[in-house]
Design a protein around this ligand. Sequence first.
Ligand code: NAD
Ligand code: ZN
Length: 374
Amino acid sequence: MTAPVRTTETLVRVALGERAYDIAIGRGLLDSLGARIRALKPGAKVAVITDETVARHYLDSTLTALAALDIGAVPVVVAPGEASKCFATLERVCDALLAAKIERGDVVVALGGGVVGDLAGFAAAVVRRGIDYVQVPTTLLSQVDSSVGGKTAIDSHHGKNLIGAFYQPILVVADTALLDTLSPREFRAGYAEVAKYGLLGDAGFFEWLEANWRDVFAGGAAREHAIAVSCRMKAEIVARDERESGDRALLNLGHTFGHALEAGAGFSDRLLHGEAIAIGMSLAFGFSARQQMIAPAEAERAKRHISAAGLPTRMSEVQGGVPGLDALMGLIAQDKKVKRGRLTFVLVRAIGQAFVAHDVDASEVRAFLAEQLQ
Ligand SMILES: NC(=O)c1ccc[n+]([C@@H]2O[C@H](COP(=O)([O-])OP(=O)(O)OC[C@H]3O[C@@H](n4cnc5c(N)ncnc54)[C@H](O)[C@@H]3O)[C@@H](O)[C@H]2O)c1
Ligand SMILES: [Zn+2]
């Protein structure tokens, strides 16, 4: 494989005081990984944590990029998939870091999608009470969402992401060329989170996506622009509210409904996270319209774009069906605290104007879902 030609590079700063860091976005940036790590951590050794699929595509080029700067690197490869976000794999990764004598001054590189990023980030947070780490996200979802903001975690049998830490990386390198090998379905699922940024906080970006989404899928400058705008918005929100006591919750647009559907599908391939969020956002817009918070035509416009990009917007599109009304309401109640029949939801006043509603009547949600399930 020939190295992709390096074009432009966009830098987005995550302004978190002494924990501030850059997100570098551009085609072909993987080649520069060694130089970037050398500049931040002269003399550091590196452990590269990745999964088998990503290793097949990009481990050699990553090791080459590091070796070019004489940076010694140890690979740690885990199985692909959500099941790797577990205690057993965490233990194996931590052991491998210690066996490789990775010290406090060294660097962990998370090379992969959100699974590797969450797992490697958590391992970096706990081994020797904290080793600096660099995110090299390889899925669209991880480039626009999970690699930024410092949420790291593994799953518990009590639920997803319940054991983890807020631990910021020292750098994110998003090489948009790495997305060329992603399956179309995974790319589309990640696109749901890109559309989310427009829908929750930037009507101009949403309008741009309506006109340019095909170019985002095709690659090139439009893809980089979409990723940069997404990262900029996430970076701003995280800088305002690192630990999600307020505004960061806006990033959960579509996620309360979406998580319920994902849980209903057993977090299986029947419904990828981004697909669940696509339906979840459509439901959030539909529910906001039903509550007369947003014009119905505006809600329809949001759904039209999600659907145009090849994503599902209705529960009937979930392979194998969705749980019944009672089960869905139970899953929603589990996801968000219900206090005296009141739910917290991210709702919308317009495209680009989401807000956190703390006082949503659960019976209204139930009535809405009953209509949607017919
Ligand atoms: N920390 C956060 O803030 C945050 C936010 C959103 C999601 N997440 C987490 O992210 C995870 C989902 O991440 P994901 O969607 O990236 O899934 P993933 O990491 O499982 O990757 C999806 C699949 O694509 C493969 N893959 C990755 N990069 C590839 C490439 N360039 N070419 C070919 N195949 C490639 C992987 O091996 C895997 O099989 C979930 O565990 C979720 O909880 C975390
Ligand atoms: Zn999400």
